[in-house]
Ligand binder design. Structure first.
Ligand SMILES: Cc1cc2nc3c(=O)[nH]c(=O)nc-3n(C[C@H](O)[C@H](O)[C@H](O)COP(=O)(O)OP(=O)(O)OC[C@H]3O[C@@H](n4cnc5c(N)ncnc54)[C@H](O)[C@@H]3O)c2cc1C
Ligand SMILES: NC(=O)C1=CN([C@@H]2O[C@H](COP(=O)(O)OP(=O)(O)OC[C@H]3O[C@@H](n4cnc5c(N)ncnc54)[C@H](OP(=O)(O)O)[C@@H]3O)[C@@H](O)[C@H]2O)C=CC1
Ligand SMILES: CC(C)=CCC[C@@H](C)[C@H]1CC[C@H]2C3=C(CC[C@]12C)[C@@]1(C)CC[C@H](O)C[C@@H]1CC3
Length: 500
């Protein structure tokens, strides 16, 4: 084995060496630099002043594209490795890249209960800002590095989605630069068709330059009730009943640890607590959250008070359960005490440095998928996941599909409760084959009028994709805004063939 072969062997089979020695320190430096930059910007209060100039710069780039003959389509200049999406878009190599370098929180309006942000503002930045002011977002998707732009143009989900719907249902206005270089604002009252067509459009109707999001009062803690279940029936029933009562349960999720057992969690914000039951999850020596949850299967049900921000970022430290496949001893107490403060490595840096062999490994032997199905199909869906993947844990998160027009709408005309089934890890089913199995599951999801989250690999054909997502309003807006030359279709940005 030559030097290159040896390095590749070590990186694929002992990836933790590279991750611990290189990626973790790099992630700390990266976060620190960004933190410092934001601190300076905030102290100088320069973000709102510079916003207009930065938007004008986006408009100038689009107008230059027109003057240059508009011969290639446009996408944002954000490199594929920097995103939370599972893969990189190949289209980033060929399309005209428009730099939308807008990373700041512009204003917090307590009276109107709104926060106005630029599209690259991350969820970590938002919780840091809002919690100090006593506010929070109604839906705050897990993973610190998710951006407002990515969550609006794609979709975002969290354990309060059974009450509020997806992230976009809590947005009240978008500002976009269109294919002709003009700036437009849209909301429920102003350009409502565009407003409803933007979510799930993946940047194919225009470039987002600002968004207004609802805020709601935050409390200090979340009181979290852990309810272990030992049969499939009790797991599904407990979860479904909890999701149906948003007035009683502000947050609902379930981690399925095996075919017939899992822990359902219901939670509510509170300002008071029982001090002996407080669990500060963000302390670096604390066990990974899903491992902690698993202990309630043997300990029996219980309650805890978790600081609100720690609750929001509870799965971030272990990237749900994906980190165990990268640092297998990451949850060992010694590792946690010594290095836990550096974890997790930044997803962007993992993507930037992963070798072709690691990519292949993930492509062939790992499944990263979120499928949204009507909650009354949960039991049947779990049977399919068990038969085809035998992959555990699974993440269950309920979500309300509202009748708002757009890419996803309840097929039966009235709002309907769905559940996101998240599968992240190495399937154990002997017949598992990335493409065949995913296609089979996609077919099932279509058959129950469900949806696939598109940050992951979709193997659907364009015709199947159009059957899954309602393109009526989207097609109308593409025509009206003359998008055909300017941007690809959503399918052209998300299907497996255009991603690597
Ligand atoms: C109107 C207004 C506008 C503002 N604009 C901006 C702005 O544009 N950009 C900006 O950055 N700040 C802005 N701020 C300041 C903001 O309040 C924070 O000071 C800033 O975001 C940095 O937060 P921090 O120092 O608390 O960072 P930290 O709390 O140190 O957080 C830094 C990062 O660490 C992680 N983290 C920290 N604690 C936890 C935890 N408990 N669990 C999991 N992860 C955690 C998160 O990833 C977070 O992004 C604004 C404030 C106001 C009022
Ligand atoms: N908890 C959750 O809900 C989770 C959600 N996700 C998914 O991750 C993705 C978000 O990741 P993130 O890294 O934030 O975003 P990405 O950079 O991956 O962006 C996602 C899409 O949105 C487009 N987009 C982003 N910003 C703009 C903008 N300003 N103008 C026009 N188009 C834009 C991108 O276009 P382009 O390709 O041109 O750059 C891209 O197609 C979403 O798809 C989300 O569903 C992942 C994990 C958890
Ligand atoms: C809560 C929802 C809806 C989704 C959570 C999905 C995450 C678990 C995945 C999103 C991006 C994924 C990536 C990886 C692991 C799983 C995610 C965090 C990797 C870090 C796995 C290792 C690869 O080499 C790179 C991957 C990048 C994206």
């Amino acid at each position: 084995m030559g030097d290159k072969g040896l390095i590749e062997h070590v990186i694929v089979n002992h990836r933790w060496v590279f991750v611990c020695l290189f990626l973790l320190p790099m992630s700390v430096v990266y976060d620190f630099v960004f933190y410092l930059r934001n601190w300076i910007v905030f102290k100088l209060s320069s973000a709102p002043k510079r916003h207009q100039q930065r938007v004008a710069d986006v408009q100038t780039q689009v107008r230059k594209w027109i003057n240059d003959g508009a011969d290639t389509q446009m996408c944002t200049a954000r490199p594929g490795w920097a995103t939370v999406s599972f893969r990189r878009g190949k289209y980033k190599r060929t399309m005209r890249k428009i730099s939308v370098n807008l990373v700041d929180i512009l204003s917090v309006d307590a009276e109107k209960r709104l926060v106005r942000v630029e599209p690259l503002v991350s969820m970590g930045q938002i919780t840091a800002t809002l919690s100090k002011l006593g506010w929070t977002l109604p839906v705050l998707p897990e993973l610190d590095d998710l951006t407002v732009g990515g969550l609006i143009m794609g979709c975002g989900i969290e354990t309060s989605s059974h009450k509020y719907g997806l992230f976009q249902e809590t947005c009240v206005a978008y500002e976009l630069v269109l294919a002709d270089g003009s700036l437009i604002r849209c909301s429920e009252d102003e350009n409502p068709d565009l407003f409803h067509a933007v979510p799930w459009s993946y940047g194919t109707l225009g470039l987002l330059v600002a968004a207004e999001l609802q805020i709601v009062p935050a409390k200090k803690y979340v009181k979290l009730d852990y309810i272990p279940t030992y049969t499939r029936e009790s797991m599904v029933t407990t979860f479904t009943e909890a999701a149906a009562r948003p007035e009683k349960n502000e947050f609902v999720e379930c981690i399925v640890f095996g075919n017939d057992h899992g822990v359902v969690m219901t939670a509510n914000m509170t300002d008071t607590c029982e001090p002996e039951k407080v669990n500060v999850l963000s302390r670096h020596w604390k066990p990974w959250f899903y491992k902690h949850v698993e202990t309630f299967l043997s300990r029996g049900g219980s309650s805890e008070y978790i600081p609100l921000r720690d609750y929001y970022h509870r799965h971030t430290r272990s990237l749900f359960w994906s980190l165990q496949d990268i640092i297998s001893f990451g949850n060992h107490p010694v590792f946690r005490w010594l290095f836990g403060w550096m974890v997790p490595p930044k997803i962007s840096l993992i993507k930037l440095t992963q070798l072709e062999a690691v990519k292949r490994l993930y492509e062939e032997r790992q499944m990263i998928q979120d499928m949204l199905v009507p909650i009354n199909k949960l039991n049947e869906s779990l049977d399919i996941f068990e038969a085809e993947t035998q992959l555990y844990p699974l993440w269950l998160c309920p979500m309300l599909v509202k009748t708002t027009p757009g890419f996803i709408q309840p097929k039966r005309g009235k709002e309907e409760m769905f559940v996101d089934i998240g599968a992240y890890g190495a399937p154990k089913a002997p017949q598992y084959h990335a493409e065949t199995t995913t296609r089979l599951i996609e077919e099932y999801v279509r058959s129950v009028d469900g949806y696939q989250m598109l940050y992951a690999d979709t193997y659907q054909t364009e015709e199947e994709f159009r059957r899954m997502f309602n393109h009526t309003l989207y097609d109308k807006m593409r025509k009206q805004l003359d998008c055909e030359k300017a941007f690809p279709q959503v399918y052209g940005k998300v299907n497996k063939k255009v991603r690597e």
